[in-house]
Design a protein around this ligand. Sequence first.
Ligand code: AMP
Ligand code: SF4
Length: 480
Amino acid sequence: MEKQIYQTSSFQSSWNEECAVVGTYNVDHAALKNYYALFSMQHRGQEASGISSSDGKQIYTHKNKGLVTEVFNQQCLQNLIGRASIGHNRYSTAGSASLSDSQPLFAKYNLGEIAIAHNGNLTNAKDIREHLIHNGAIFQSHIDTENLIHLIAQDKAPNLKDRIISALKIIDGAYGLLFLSRTKLIAVRDRYGLRPLSLGKIINADGSIGYIVASESCAFDLIGAEYMREIQPGEMLIFEGLATSDKQSSIPRITSLQIFKPNPHPCIFEYVYFARPDSSVFSQNVYSVRKNLGRELAREHKIKADMVIPVPDSGVAAALGYAKESGIDFELGIIRNHYVGRTFIEPTQKARELKVRLKLNPISNIIANKDIIVIDDSIVRGTTSRQIIKILRQAGAKKIHLLISAPPTIAPCFYGVDTPDSKDLICANHSLESVREFIGADSLGFLSLKALNTACGGKIFCQACFDGNYIDDYTKSKYR
Ligand code: AMP
Ligand code: SF4
């Protein structure tokens, strides 16, 4: 069968990648809590960060390029007054992105003021953008989320909730969305539940209840919030009743509306790689799922070796699972320098290669003259694995078996995870044997799709990057 080549650039207007969003409502120091929550989710986006807050009368925004700790200082957090806020971390992609592409997006329109934060990717954004521009809209950014501002502003409904619903009826794709008006916070998750979004509770100093909505539950832990539940696919939560005084709390009301018929297909890659292991996403702890991936890998790939070593940090939990199931010793044979960012984000191949060397260093004493099993979560371009095998050989490893705790990545993601076009996905274009040869391992094995699903709890997931079966109507219509 001829391979379908998927080009990400062919129908996406822009990148609005895997990001983190946080909303706080009726919360003491709402922006400060948002800041800590964003800090805990820095792994989901390192390019830019921003927070919008509201005191019931006005929306205040501060955003900039850089890490959370670089973007905010005490003064600007103090300026973000009010007891409600939304925040956003933007994922870093190849090439430069302007400040206007960072979020929250803010606009004044005929119902007042609005700020929006979005995690995910709107698949039909380019078509909608062209239509809006044709009808006179003037865009300020390159991001798909801006479509929502225009659709909401142009709608004739008398309230924000109905305008959001009308806008979302036009849009397809992946979203965890937060809207902040001067008095309300509205959270919506797409009908497929592709991106994670959870609800938590905070008890304020005076005993009143506040709420937090965040991409990952690790955000709750840092600020002492209690995990309540996942926001359901196709569900909208409306938080109302904000106190206008900074000091005074209120009794907020939450209304839940099922605005779309759910068609749940959460992103399986959140478990494989993206989410933090201490988070609960899609109602399961990520670390436990990753350990299961390792156990399944050991069942499918029985190899004789002296030790199992993870590629830190992404392969640690799976390697522990593999070691437990196989009875082979677990060793930390590679040490990671934590002060180097993710290698995947570097624009050129050369820079990516150097960054692997900067980030990972093997312990020769442990691995010299040993047969080792190395576990990582995925092979995308193959650059990282190739470099890792090279440095392990230099450190004296005798035999190197590379096992990947996921199936081969064969198709790009159109739902908000930064994967390159098919032409750059090594497994989309080469046989297992030629990938092994390129990487330089003595053997190479992947987890099967079936075992991946078993390890993740046997639900229905989106796994399009592993099987090419896209789930939203727009992408399906392009790649039938
Ligand atoms: P590569 O060298 O392109 O094969 O990179 C694979 C490595 O990048 C793996 O070790 C993963 O941990 C990591 N990785 C996989 N997918 C992503 C992604 N979407 N964003 C950032 N890093 C990723
Ligand atoms: Fe997740 Fe892959 Fe689906 Fe993208 S294509 S949403 S990365 S499972």
